[in-house]
Design a binder for this molecule. Structure first.
Ligand code: COA
Length: 260
């Protein structure tokens, strides 16, 4: 794997932990972090030894405290759109990755950090995690998919309120809203997230990839989700994984999936 300056990667038993590592800036997403995320995504998509991904932030304080605000004053309107498009494209690659991506939110997940967590397939938070889309404080709006994904995850009214008030919410409220699936003590965050992923990795990787594609189709206006489900369901019948899963059930043994 390549050497990165702003992210750490660690591969263990098929699970790649990607840690955003700019703790002195609360892991804010500058262009280098985004570029390195994009590069590690190339590896995640192509490297067969990577089966699933945990995305987290370094240090005890922040997951990611947002896009890096320090360069914003020199950005023109046209350049702003380019920035949003670039970020959105990378986050789409996370969302549409056929391998499971879980965010382990270990502190502030604000602005682009909340958007990054929302691009993952689901989120697990530590008790000290804080979420928010505070862009209106800066005369901005979310640009990395936040207006869309927050609305999908918590509903229109709550999303509107969060984005218009810029309020920060704690992990318990985020859990209540459905923004995160579980809240655990900080010291258990990575272990808990790993266990969750390990369970997924014991299933058919082909089927997991198709669950991701089918659920995402519900939010893709260019697709009919039900038709997509019919197509993906049918495809399963042509896979070794389906033959193995069904055979193992009938033979009353545990399935060993090849992912083919
Ligand atoms: N972009 C650039 N730098 C950031 C940043 C961001 N989004 N968030 C934090 N930082 C930097 C701070 O400037 C500070 O750098 P410095 O030590 O060189 O001055 C460092 O990270 C630590 O942050 P600090 O603000 O001192 O920590 P805090 O505990 O007082 O406050 C926050 C934490 C998260 C409440 C605060 O940093 C914050 O509001 N950040 C911006 C959040 C935001 O608006 N994000 C949306 C961006 S679109």
């Amino acid at each position: 794997m390549m050497a990165y300056q702003t992210i750490f990667t660690e591969l263990s038993e098929g699970i790649l932990t990607v840690t955003i590592n700019r703790p002195d800036k609360l892991n804010a997403l500058n262009q280098q972090v985004l570029e390195e995320l994009n590069q590690i995504l190339d590896t995640i998509y192509t490297d067969n030894s990577i089966k699933g991904v945990i995305l987290t932030g370094s240090g005890p304080k922040a997951f990611v405290a947002g896009a890096d605000i320090s360069g914003f004053l020199s950005v023109s309107s046209a350049e702003g759109s380019v920035l949003a498009k670039k970020g959105q494209d990378i986050f789409f690659r996370i969302e549409n990755c056929p391998k499971p991506f879980v965010a382990a939110v270990n502190g502030f997940a604000l602005g682009g950090g909340c958007e990054l967590a929302m691009s993952c397939h689901y989120r697990i938070a530590s008790e000290n995690a804080k979420f928010g889309q505070p862009e209106v404080n800066l005369g901005l709006i979310p640009g990395y998919g936040g207006t869309q994904r927050l609305t999908q995850l918590v509903g229109k009214g709550r999303a509107m309120e969060l984005m218009m008030t810029a309020d920060m919410i704690d992990a318990a409220i985020a859990h209540q809203m459905g923004l995160v699936n579980h809240v655990v003590p900080s010291e258990e965050l990575i272990i808990f997230t790993r266990k969750s992923l390990e369970k997924i990795l014991s299933k058919s990787p082909v089927a997991i990839g198709k669950v991701i594609a089918a659920v995402n189709a519900a939010f893709d206006h260019t697709k009919n989700g039900f038709n997509e489900e019919i197509k993906l369901f049918g495809e399963c019948f042509g896979t070794d994984d389906m033959k193995e899963g069904v055979t193992a059930f009938l033979e009353k043994r545990k399935a060993t999936f090849s992912g083919k």
